[in-house]
Design a protein around this ligand. Sequence first.
Ligand code: SAM
Length: 189
Amino acid sequence: MAEGLNTLGVAHRFIREQVRPGAFCIDATAGNGHDTALLCELCGPSGRVLAFDIQESAVQATKRRLAGCGFQNRAEVILDSHSNMDRYAEKESVDCIVFNFGYLPGGDHRVFTTAATSIPAIEKGLALLKPRGVMSLCIYYGGDSGYEEKEALLTYLKTVDPRQYTVLLHQFYNRPNDPPIPVFLYKEC
Ligand code: SAM
């Protein structure tokens, strides 16, 4: 059976549609750097990317991936929590912010994103977005990281002001075993 589209594929399709050369982007969960590298590719030499992770190993893995792609000059990889992203970017200056929740594949499964920092980070990220800016969230849950963050994120996302933002939630409706949830947010004004 063909595997079909996965969550990352859905998110990357969205990001490719949105990010243009010269864009300023944030990868809030750098991990192994796949999303950071995609953002660097799309924003081009005139664009800029900030990438955050709380694990030194993820920062190093992301730097290695960027160097391998020749993108090391387009991104700053920062060892800090995404909940501090407002210390590194001005309000309404960012075109696209990407979150990929859960733990680092191939890394320490005891380190994963939690609602205590994810929700403040999304809130800060929304304030950093330019009008017409976008945010992509991939919500992984179940397994080692449990269901708590997913429930808290979905509860929070319902409260996001509909006059300012559109929140679109996607569901892999016919897949078993906790399929991840892609969510896209659009800043309207
Ligand atoms: N986007 C990554 C990639 O392309 O490989 C995968 C990200 S992985 C699913 C989640 C990452 O979030 C882990 O590397 C983890 O260390 C990181 N993380 C957990 N809490 C964080 C926080 N508060 N701030 C920034 N990163 C965090």
